[in-house]
Design a protein around this ligand. Structure first.
Ligand code: PLP
Length: 304
């Protein structure tokens, strides 16, 4: 409900990250991600709307024809640099630091938002979303057994975990990983929440946020639905996307929400053997991603 172009979970995080950039007097946003990053697309468009320059660092080679999110990055006028997938994890922060130094030399100021805006600033996005969810659940008189989401850079999951500690939304937060594995997200959530507690220690002093014990919080990452890898889905995910679109008019994407939703339905079907054993109410967080459908349209089949 944030508009067509800037839809998705990244808006909730960017609300805080861009505010921090503005607080620091920055006129440029630098961020990074895959060629079809929803986060980069949202940053490109929000930056333009707010009169800020945007420089995207994308992982992989420049395609001949930009489609989906990448097309929108171009339309929104973002400057785009492509770095090879090999060596990406060390190369992209170095390149971002270089761009920041260059901006400084030219008398401007650039703020770097990490992948998916998943850091201690972006964490606020899904903490504040949790407050809204708590109000919605109260109004619906609902206490779900689980809140379910996709996890990629970890910030939505970590924010919901904190939100659940603060607002007691559900028995557990269950995240389906669309990259990496459960161990990665376990460490990542604890790290980001710990950093959030340190950075905002003054603000959190005396509140429940300060009492969250990162060593003992539950991080439930449900593996088994990553398929061939990040951004690549098996036919079952495309089938799930078709089914939900045709019976509810709700659209999922093959990179994030489609995999998580397919995982959720599969776990429900497992009954007592699945991670939702005994559950009667689940809340699925739809995190956006529609534009990721178009570059993969050849995977949908409509004739029987
Ligand atoms: C549509 C969509 N859903 C879910 C996610 C995963 O969220 P997070 O990166 O906070 O783990 C992303 C992240 O890129 C996304 O674009």
């Amino acid at each position: 409900m944030t508009g067509v172009e800037v839809s998705g979970n990244k808006i909730r995080k960017l609300e805080f990250c861009i505010a921090e950039a503005q607080r620091q007097g920055c006129d440029t946003l630098i961020t990074c991600g895959g060629l079809q990053s929803n986060h980069c697309r949202a940053t490109a468009i929000m930056g333009t709307r707010l009169g800020m320059k945007v420089h995207l660092i994308l992982r992989g080679e420049e395609p001949e024809l930009p489609t989906g999110n990448l097309l929108m990055d171009h339309l929104a006028g973002a400057e785009i640099s492509y770095l090879p997938a090999e060596g990406w994890s060390t190369a992209h922060p170095q390149y971002a630091a270089q761009l920041q130094a260059e901006a400084e030399r030219l008398g401007s100021r650039a703020y770097f938002i990490p992948t998916g805006a998943s850091d201690e600033v972006g964490l606020w996005g899904y903490i504040s979303a949790s407050e809204e969810i708590a109000a919605d659940l109260r109004a619906a008189n609902l206490r779900p057994n689980a809140i379910v989401c996709a996890t990629g850079s970890g910030g939505t999951q970590a924010g919901l975990i904190v939100g659940n500690e603060l607002f007691n939304l559900a028995d557990k937060i269950v995240a389906f990983n669309v990259s990496d594995d459960a161990k990665y997200f376990d460490e990542r959530a604890r790290l980001d929440i710990g950093r959030w507690q340190s950075r905002y220690a003054d603000l959190l002093a005396g509140t429940a946020g300060a009492d969250i014990d990162v060593a003992t919080i539950q991080v439930n990452t449900q593996e088994g639905y990553l398929g061939p890898g990040y951004g690549v889905a098996g036919p079952e995910v495309f089938e799930t996307i078709k089914q939900l679109a045709s019976c509810e008019g709700i659209f999922l994407d093959p990179v994030y929400t489609g995999k998580a939703f397919h995982g959720m339905v599969s776990e429900i079907r497992k009954g007592d053997e699945g991670c939702f054993a005994g559950a009667t109410d689940l809340v699925f967080i739809h995190t956006g991603g529609l534009f990721g459908v178009f570059p993969q349209q050849e995977n949908f089949h409509f004739s029987d």
